[in-house]
Design a protein around this ligand. Structure first.
Ligand SMILES: Nc1ncnc2c1ncn2[C@@H]1O[C@H](COP(=O)(O)OP(=O)(O)OP(=O)(O)O)[C@@H](O)[C@H]1O
Ligand SMILES: [Mg+2]
Length: 372
């Protein structure tokens, strides 16, 4: 164990230039992260992007090819998993089928040699925390998926780790139960105050649960930010496209001032209410979220960022409507815009239907210009 320079403001958990290669192929590629105490931090990315490998290096199940992992300023790379004040909860909860819930929770404590009275108190505390008091004397197969998930969590928290690692913690649950359990899980983690790094490929789950998210692709971290930052200010095309729905328009930067810029696209000029400090003529993309676009059958007063097209598809989702509008471009090919409209009042509909010619437009604060 070596103590490296650690400034008070530094993250509680840090990775520096962390790399893991399998047969020369990078699974985790130069990841530098700083995670604060008490944070719920999500690693988000599609299958195979290196999330689990990164988590396993934090836990000590995988040795980095290079780089370091610092916990509270101490490099822990040389420590075995059980020497780290860290607990990892795997996706398959890996419970002992023949043991009662209470004994599953106590398992790690018993192995650690905790005295019986203390252990009983701790197990009761964990049962209470996860609202499993009534299930202490059941076996795993007598529990629902959500209850099993809570047992796994209780067991992970029983040793009071400083850092909890969760790999797809809700992966085994169906959609409805997942959504309910997300809030439960956050409440439990916050009441314990444990620092938590969780892996998920579900962006809604990351947005709902995490204080900050790292978006990963091909072993690299592309952006770290709060859910709002990631959604409203994606830093590249991949992140904009990966999180939520987005209309991406490729074009050329044709005006760039401190407080505004213009991008010329095949559909026309897009006016943007912020500068980008780019160079004129460079290839950029404009990103506009579907819910930031207004749609109407009648021509609006504005002439800026105004487009005309034909409704190709409509879907009614109850709380909102989704439109696909096709815009003919000068080059005679067409492109689709996705537009959503919230149903704030009971939907009587303006009567926009398939095949209608519509106008759609957005404020100049809506688009983001992406240079990567
Ligand atoms: N032990 C290993 N040997 C060789 N390659 C591996 C090994 N473990 C992982 N990989 C590879 O490293 C890459 C990252 O895998 P990893 O399991 O970290 O992805 P993931 O983001 O967790 O994906 P998923 O969402 O599917 O769980 C993959 O291409 C995978 O095939
Ligand atoms: Mg994985």
């Amino acid at each position: 164990m070596s103590v490296t320079a650690h400034k008070p403001g530094d993250g509680f958990l840090q990775t520096r230039d962390l790399v893991k290669r399998f047969d020369g192929e990078p699974a985790v590629d130069d990841v530098t992260l700083s995670i604060n105490k008490g944070e719920i931090f999500a690693l988000l990315g599609s299958s195979g992007c290196g999330k689990s490998t990164l988590l396993r290096m934090l836990a000590g199940f995988e040795a980095p090819t290079s780089g370091s992992v610092l916990l509270d300023g101490v490099d822990i790379v040389a420590l075995a998993p059980n020497e780290r004040p860290i607990n990892m909860m795997f996706q398959s909860y890996a419970m002992f089928a023949e043991l009662y819930v209470c004994d599953n929770i106590a398992f790690g404590l018993r192995r650690e040699g905790m005295a019986k009275p203390e252990m009983t108190v701790r197990v009761e505390e964990m049962l209470r925390l996860t609202q499993l008091e009534a299930f202490a004397k059941r076996k795993p197969h007598q529990l629902s998926g959500g209850q099993q998930q809570r047992v796994a969590l209780a067991r992970s928290l029983a040793k009071k780790p400083q850092l909890l690692l969760l790999d797809e913690p809700l992966g085994a649950l169906d959609k409805k139960l997942r959504e309910r359990t997300q809030f439960e899980l956050v409440n439990i983690l916050e009441s314990v105050g444990v620092t938590c790094v969780m892996v998920t490929h579900d962006q809604d789950e990351a947005m709902a649960m995490a204080s900050r998210i790292a978006v990963m692709s091909h072993g690299r971290v592309l952006q770290v930010g709060t859910p709002q930052e990631i959604y409203e200010h994606p830093n590249c095309r991949f992140v904009a496209d990966f999180i939520g729905n987005v209309n991406l328009l490729e074009g050329e930067l044709t005006l760039d001032e401190a407080d505004q810029c213009e991008v010329t696209t095949a559909c026309g000029v897009v006016h943007v209410g912020h500068g980008v400090s780019g160079s004129l003529g460079m290839a950029v993309a404009v990103a506009v979220r579907p819910e930031k676009i207004h749609i109407s059958k009648t021509r609006p007063a504005t002439g800026v960022n105004l487009f005309e097209g034909k409704v190709r598809e409509i879907a009614y989702f109850g709380s909102y409507n989704s439109f696909i509008v096709e815009v003919k471009r000068p080059a005679s090919d067409a492109r689709d815009f996705r537009i959503t409209e919230t149903n704030t009042t009971r939907y009587e509909g303006e009567g926009i239907t398939w095949g209608d010619r519509v106008f759609f437009w957005w404020d100049d604060s809506a688009p983001i210009v992406l240079m990567r």
